[in-house]
Design a protein around this ligand. Structure first.
Ligand SMILES: [Fe+2]
Length: 294
């Protein structure tokens, strides 16, 4: 059985206050203090982004969850059988993540994962400090992450063979200074209708993450986020555009962690029983003009 969704992300930072301002005023999430760092709330869960106080800017881990304990137990046994190093987290750590149980491991390219099951909710409503009506989350998870994957084929096989992901799309992207043939990307879905929950990109990224995506209900919510980012002098990494593969209309902006955050709406929700894995020869239907500076 496949992973259900991306439940949360963990980010380390030397500048908690930069993340508080960015999280609340630009992303529109609700920040609460937590052990010297922050929890950023997007919905009914106490947090979807855990910002930990550290000594450098680093994406730490993505929290993936199985639908239930039986699926979790089978999944973890499969990882162990395949020789993947799996480290069980303590009960206190699971409590801190607001899941019932989780283990730590890494994919073949070294991206850290926390794989668990269950959720803990506290009954507090999500009230955005920036007036974001809601984030599109629920069983589709908090959004998607795009990991650097130097070992692209091996890493794709890890998600497909061991965690139950499926191919949604693949493409080759052309970046300044990159090879003429472009760099490979794989977009993978799990057990929810989001077009991709994990994507893999064949290029190194010092921050540990290419980007993560959050989704809001409509164009106005994306436009208002773009206004907030500009007002806060945040580097806009990509203009508004519409992707070929998931039809997401979005822009990208730099986060205090050095990685980009895609802020979008309108992503398609395919029925995987009738979906055909796709190779997209073009990245975008329109827009998404990149500015790698800043
Ligand atoms: Fe994305």
């Amino acid at each position: 059985m496949a992973i259900r969704s991306l439940a949360y992300v963990v980010v380390d930072t030397a500048d908690v206050e930069a993340w508080r301002a960015y999280g609340e005023q630009v992303l529109g999430m609700r920040a609460t203090d937590h052990e010297g760092g922050l929890r950023l709330r997007m919905d009914e869960r106490p947090f979807r982004m855990l910002i930990r106080a550290g000594d450098a800017e680093q994406f730490h881990a993505a929290g993936l969850v199985y639908p239930d304990k039986a699926a979790f137990d089978r999944g973890i046994a499969g990882l162990r059988d395949a020789g993947v190093a799996v480290e069980p987290a303590s009960e206190a750590e699971a409590k801190d993540r607001h899941v019932v149980e989780f283990v730590r491991c890494a994919d073949p390219s070294g991206n850290r994962l926390e794989i668990g099951w269950g959720r803990v909710v506290d009954g507090a409503p999500f009230v955005s400090p920036a007036g974001v009506p809601e984030f599109i989350t629920g069983e589709m998870g908090m959004g998607h992450v795009v990991f650097p994957a130097a070992k692209l084929a091996e890493t794709r096989a890890f998600y497909i063979d061991l965690l139950g992901f499926g191919d949604s799309d693949e493409m080759r992207v052309h970046v300044p200074g990159g090879p003429d043939v472009g760099l490979g990307m794989h977009f993978l879905h799990c057990d929810n209708p989001r077009h991709h929950t994990v994507a893999l990109a064949e290029f190194p990224v010092p921050s540990g993450l290419v980007h993560m995506m959050v989704e809001v209900p409509g164009l106005d919510d994306v436009g208002r986020a773009l206004d907030r980012a500009k007002a806060a002098n945040v580097h806009i990494s990509s203009s508004l555009g519409k992707h070929m593969n998931d039809k997401m209309v979005s822009f990208y902006m730099r986060s205090p962690g050095g990685f980009d955050i895609e802020y979008g709406f309108g992503g398609i929700q395919p029925d995987w029983t009738s979906f055909t894995p796709t190779i997209s020869l073009k990245e975008d239907e329109w827009g998404h003009h990149w500015d790698f500076g800043g």
